[in-house]
Ligand binder design. Sequence first.
Ligand code: F6P
Length: 523
Amino acid sequence: MINWNNLDTLNAYKKLLSLKGQVNLSQALSASRVKEYQTPMAAGLAYNYAAKEVNEQILSVLAELSAEQQLIEKYQALLDGEVINTGENRKVLHQLSRGQAGKDVFFQGKNLRDFYAGEQKKIADFAASVHSGKIVGSKGDRFASVVQIGIGGSDLGPRAMYLALEQWAQASGKKKMEARFISNVDPDDAVAVASSVELAKTLFILVSKSGTTQETLANELFVKDLLKKAGLDPSKHMIAVTSETSPLANNPGYLASFYMDDFIGGRYSSCSAVGGAVLSLAFGPETFAAFLDGAHAADKSALESDIRKNPALLDALIGVYERNVLGYPSTAILPYSQALSRFPAHLQQADMESNGKQVNRRGEAVRYATGPVIFGEPGTNGQHSFFQLLHQGTDIVPLQFIGFQESQAGADVVVEGSTSQKKLCANLSAQIVAFACGKQDTNPNKNFPGGRPSSLIWGKKLTPEALGALLAHFENKIMFQGFVWNLNSFDQEGVQLGKVLTKKVLSGDMDPALKAYAEIFGL
Ligand SMILES: O=P(O)(O)OC[C@H]1O[C@](O)(CO)[C@@H](O)[C@@H]1O
């Protein structure tokens, strides 16, 4: 039987609090620790936690915490189709969109694994017809570009995944179509993207699970208007990805429609039709399938109950120790990989929309900190931007570095005896040690206190499988942390109030303060 308990009721948590400050990172970090504190991940990646403020005792209490809070049992229940999203009375099935890691899951007599796989197959067939020129634009042009219209989870994950594989696909001859994304309701976004493509050769993918998102519906009409003005038939240039219950479903005004359902949250939808359509069109269905394989392998590894062999669980538990025992308020995601330039933005939504909560699954206020603020940028760019605060600021910000031995494109140049890829990796290695160990200086302005923890996820090269594994790692980490904090990580009520007030502004039904702000913009 599963018990849903608050973190502060757990014996292991009380023990953990007594272990605060046991590790002096600058003294603890050693070559042997770098080798020992590492666990393999799916798709050839590895999670290294040598530069985290943990030791054997802390790790063993974190294992107790995992067992006492039944983290693996809860994950298994989620996989088996239990209603984990209690706020919306929904199952949580994004893992099922990339393989069967639990039991068969049925809803209203439908086997949902078959449903997700069926949509993937429909997308693969559609993509093949677009690539072969069987399906063409309304003036007979072959499609060369694809533009996704969507926001939040219908944009961030797919966009981050597309950018992550673009160079890899180019270098390996897998790039089939150029992709662009329109998300913001700021009309300049749609104008800029539309003017960067040849409309007659462009296929638009309208993505909205709910089919009601204001920004996306506005952008749909914006684009349809541009298509009509260019003498093109919008119904031959737009496909839809939505849920079967949305107002967009079964609309003959789209060239084709593909479906996901309410059991896949927007921020967890990259492996469903939401990511599948654009990635299959851009890089071919086999690339998307390889990405799903990597994610599925990571889902399976997250079932391991030994925390030292389960990277997502270990990462989650160390994060809880940092947040709830050491009191660190934020976490930076620092990929030393240009391909992952939008990955931190995706994780901002994935993590903060999931665990930015102040009440538990039963709606009761919790008396401990929950999700940290997430932000990040690729290295080395971040080094020349906000790293000053990370090294010498008054807050300690745990860091999640990500790096690869090889670049995706392979092209490189030797300058002053080293390639650019070597310089990139040298910077990454240097930063980990600089943060952990610091450097004493008699001039306080030049003193580096050290003691700033980081983890490193690394691999040979960012391939589709590795990307899938990386994505699933973070999704599963977020899920485990939500379980630890006894949250419902799968709803997002906190986004609603702003939507309601926006409607009031647009309908003219405003309180005085709201009216005063609206008047600034002449509304
Ligand atoms: O796919 P939809 O339904 O348009 O939703 C887009 C995004 O809006 C949100 O509901 C937040 O407003 C996100 O959770 C979601 O990813």
